[in-house]
Design a binder for this molecule. Sequence first.
Ligand SMILES: [Zn+2]
Ligand SMILES: [Zn+2]
Length: 355
Amino acid sequence: MKTIYYLLVGALLLAIITFLAIRNITVQNFLIDFDANRMWNNIGKAETIEGDNLVGIVCGSRGPLPGAGRAEPCIMIKTPEHMFIVDTGDGSRTNLMNWQVDMGNLDAILFTHLHSDHIADLADFHLYSWVTQNRQGKLPVYGPRGTDKLTNGIMAAYELDNAFRTLHHGEEVAPSDIAGFETTIIDLDRPVIFDDGNLRITAFKVKHPPVNPAYGFRFDYKGRSIVISGDTDYSKNLIEHSKNADVLFHDALSYDMIGRAEDVARPLRPTLASVFADIQEYHASPVEAAQAANEANVKELIFYHLIPAPGNMIAKMIFVRGVNEVRSDNWTLSDDGTMAILPVGSEKVKITSIK
Ligand SMILES: [Zn+2]
Ligand SMILES: [Zn+2]
């Protein structure tokens, strides 16, 4: 009885002290410094992974349909020397800032295709890797035909913003000569778009008509490998290029959920129902993605670009309906922050989170 009394008095005292402390300016300033240090030290989890690894991080796990706590498609690939971003969906740059990723080390942005949900944050990636960062040249961007229209368009739209930044902060902080992009249109006659002897990036075609071409990318690093599908229906060419990969990040659309959404929308909003019908034609279902992973003998399948974005446990359960019957193990339904770590010289695939 006495113990309960002391506990209650202790809890009450703690509540009073907290109530008063958070109103105290010195305590508030300490909290500001603590948070600023957390935000700006640029040594998030991605920077502190020990050893030689190929790492893939989901910086955006949903498709274009909204979903709380999820950004549009983005995968970050990291080795000790290099960092690439594949697609820059809405909210992905904010994710990377929140995870204290040092964007000054960004080698290039790769676009799988130019759908709006894959390009929305490009201007923010440009700014975030430019002002106060140590980028030494214009930001390299690789993508399909039309990528130059995108990068030139962004530069035209942000011409004044870029000029204001340099005027305000000076050439040292926002150097005008490295503002902008260095754009390369991917040509499948030369599918290897990067190779430094350790890390090789290969582009290949996937199935996302009428978007043509739409690409997937394979990253090979010292015997470890990650494949990113971009947006695709079940694709034989993707299977071909994913052979024996350690990790496959594959887009997934639940036909069950979007099919029912289509039926419900039909009498209420027929045009929306038509869109729901159309999008089922050019994305793989989770079961099809699992089949593709099996045929390619992939070690770990990670679903991303989730349509619709499952917001709770029940939705997640429905989303992966049927997957276990095709592939009973070695698959992950990603969230923003899902991270695959592949140590060099091992067969291990460690699935964790950057958060
Ligand atoms: Zn998409
Ligand atoms: Zn698309």
